[in-house]
Design a protein around this ligand. Structure first.
Ligand code: ADP
Ligand code: ZN
Ligand code: MG
Length: 484
């Protein structure tokens, strides 16, 4: 086996009101260069002022990753010349970052792996460049949009602990999930997570692949890079230390520049920004406010609920869903709640491109519906209809009458009653069965002369007449009773 070493540097854009060092709104906007001021444009004489909310968010992530927090941190200037950074330096942290020496446990298939977190720091996002008529190396010209300049980033750097692309992907997925639990990242937002992946094989030089978005892209880039480096070695050539980009159109990495060393950046202390004290009181307050994190929740759920691992993994994907599950399973059948939440409910949400928290499916609605299902008052088919109706934004794909009046939020029972979706009672069932038998003398005769398929046909007729209100098992029993 080839020895592979991978270290990741992950940049998380934070959703704060204002940018990191100025009062500009921290938001995308349609027009370029709208949310800008002297500071984020880097005008001479402008002064940065730290957005303290970012410090707290960074400490939160650091605490969740069991890092040592530095009590006195400051900012440094990382010098480089490029149009996306008009000051010709990026404000970041170098000598004393917010936190160091953390660890994150990662589940890789059925193993648990501990990954060392080297450091966690704050820095500003550069402007966005748009290359016109080509890519970064052959475009005719480049446009610069400073709306993004000054967006707060936290950077999370691991030690080179990953031994495969798969491990790196698992780490990233679980990191993203942790950040979601911490309210530092929402997948449906415009804020992004980008990763630089460092990779070396057999103690050779390390290659850095810059700016990869998405966990599966990281895995692809790494797999490509591992085989490229192996090929070089095979042909007796050295891997050069360099910076590459991942071209997702062709799933390959390409040379960007020979790797600069740390010294090239000429870090110096930034005298415009004051030192920041992260005292133990603040650290403790933030530590105590941390929610139960996804991996702890996963372990606890596996222990407390007698459910398949797959169901538990699916439940904890969304912390609000996990919370509602626990709540509902106190009064309802645990298996029923879990399978509906991770099955039909998630399907309906995906179809409408909604998250659990943002949808109309409140805990109250789900509770009432699951209670009806558990009491056998509604068929699975009609329960699904009710879910689709409630969650769908425009109602076009359900045949349920729109009953909601302005400001009124109706529960599933009322909607089911109004639309005749509750299960048939005994009298109704008898009527459906009698009618189906009367109208289908031939299949009845066929069944009597030994054709079992004919019975299924009659059951189907009952189901059709009842519009999902009948229960197939009861229908079958009643038909048999009536025929004999
Ligand atoms: P630099 O000083 O060049 O920025 P760092 O020590 O800060 O390098 O590490 C940057 C990233 O490179 C980290 O994620 C680290 O884990 C990774 N890294 C360091 N050495 C190696 C190596 N030999 N192979 C792969 N990745 C490495
Ligand atoms: Zn600004
Ligand atoms: Mg570094």
């Amino acid at each position: 086996m080839t020895e592979v070493k991978i270290g990741l540097e992950t940049h998380v854009q934070l959703d704060t009101e204002t940018k990191l060092f100025c009062g500009c709104p921290n938001q995308d906007c349609e027009e370029p260069n709208q949310n800008v001021c002297e500071t984020c444009l880097g005008h001479p004489g402008s002064k940065p002022r730290l957005n303290k909310a970012v410090l707290n968010q960074c400490v939160k992530a650091a605490e969740a990753l069991n890092c040592d927090i530095n009590d006195n941190v400051f900012f440094s200037r990382k010098t480089y010349f490029y149009p996306d950074m008009s000051k010709n330096y990026q404000i970041t942290q170098y000598e004393v970052p917010v936190a160091e020496n953390g660890r994150k446990k990662v589940n890789v298939s059925d193993r648990e792996k501990a990954v060392e977190i080297k450091r966690l720091h704050i820095e500003e996002d550069p402007a966005k460049t748009q290359h016109k008529g080509g890519n970064i190396s052959d475009s005719d010209y480049t446009k610069v949009d400073y709306n993004r300049a000054g967006t707060p980033l936290i950077e999370i750097v691991t030690e080179p602990d990953f031994e495969s692309a798969e491990e790196a992907r698992a780490y990233l997925q679980q990191m993203v999930q942790m950040l979601e639990y911490l309210d530092l990242y929402k997948p449906e937002s415009n804020y992004s997570i980008k990763t630089d992946a460092n990779i070396s094989i057999e103690g050779g030089n390390r290659v850095e692949v810059k700016n990869i978005t998405g966990t599966s892209e990281v895995e692809k880039a790494l797999n490509y890079e591992i085989s490229r480096q192996k090929q070089l070695k095979k042909r007796g050539r050295e891997v050069e230390q360099e910076t590459r980009t991942f071209n997702s159109d062709i799933s390959a990495t390409e040379t960007l520049r020979q790797k600069e060393t740390e010294e090239d950046y000429g870090y110096i202390f930034d005298p415009d920004l004051t030192r920041q004290e992260l005292n133990t009181e603040l650290q403790e307050r933030i530590r105590e406010s941390l929610p139960e994190l996804p991996q702890e929740k996963l372990k606890r759920f596996k222990k407390e609920y007698n459910l398949e691992d797959k169901l538990v993994e699916s439940l904890i994907k969304d912390s609000k869903m996990a919370e509602d599950f626990e709540n509902l399973s106190e009064s309802l059948n645990t298996g029923l709640v879990a399978s509906w939440m991770t099955g039909e409910i998630r399907k309906v949400l995906n179809y409408n491109e909604l998250t659990y928290s943002d949808s109309n499916l409140s805990r109250e609605f789900i509770e009432e519906l699951l209670t009806m299902i558990q009491k056998d008052e509604v068929s699975d088919r009609n329960a699904e209809k009710l879910l689709r109706h409630k969650a769908s934004l425009d109602d076009q794909d359900t045949d349920i009458d729109k009953l909601e009046m302005d400001g009124e939020d109706l529960g599933p029972r009322v909607i089911a009653e109004e639309n005749d979706l509750l299960k048939a009672d005994k009298d109704e069932m008898d009527a459906f069965v009698e009618a189906a038998i009367e109208e289908n003398p031939e299949p009845v005769q066929d069944y009597k002369s030994g054709d079992d398929e004919a019975l299924n046909f009659i059951v189907g007729q009952v189901m059709q007449r009842s519009n999902g209100k009948a229960d197939p098992k009861t229908a079958r029993e009643k038909i048999l009773k009536n025929i004999d």
